[in-house]
Design a protein around this ligand. Sequence first.
Ligand code: NI
Length: 252
Amino acid sequence: MIDTHTHINMIEVTPADDIIKNAGNYGVDKLIIPAASTSDFDTIIELTNKHENVYGMLGIHPSEAKEWTDDIITRIKKLANKNKKIVAIGEIGLDYYWDKSFNDLQKEIFIKQIKLANELRLPIDVHDRDAHKDTFDILKEYNRGSIVIMHCFSGSVEFAKECIKEGWYLGIGGVVTFKNAIKMKEVARAVPLEQILLETDAPYLTPVPYRGKENQPAYVKFVAEEIARIRNTTFEEIDEITTQNAKRVFNI
Ligand code: NI
């Protein structure tokens, strides 16, 4: 398995080395760490250099849009060109859940980073919270050829199908294991397995049976098990196909 979206730099209790080792014990051989702000960049580069099976993304999360300055583009280009383990631009997108006062700024920064991903020929790891329509419209209008991953997909089956039709990938994480997450379970059943990626979004959204505790990449196994149950197939099939998907998408 590959945990395609895991903030191991934000996990507080367990040291990164132990987290990576434990992931291996659960059959998770590769991890990809997204950035939320520029303050993550150095740690991500450091972790990708130190651990063979750790990859990174660079980008500014929509909630951090106010920290944007245009020289971030130069900085990301430089880091990504030098370090081949930077495999995507992310996480970038729109978040209308926490604070709606700077939606326009979020859109502007999102568009700039889509163009950056296109220029670097890297996939785009998208954060979309309560902003499905704007996220979709902006990607349709501005993306020129980058692979799109809707990280922590949270839309309806209808929206999932629209994304699938565009050739985009859906990142599915711990939420699918929650008993009351009827909509997510429907999505996990309805979309082609070839367009699903596994993720934890650790340290957030810990899957059952560890819900409420700190999340870590090892627990992506529980996500795979739940998807297997929902789709009435084996864990091995989910493991194999989603791993192939992640390797293809991120070229790892
Ligand atoms: Ni995230």
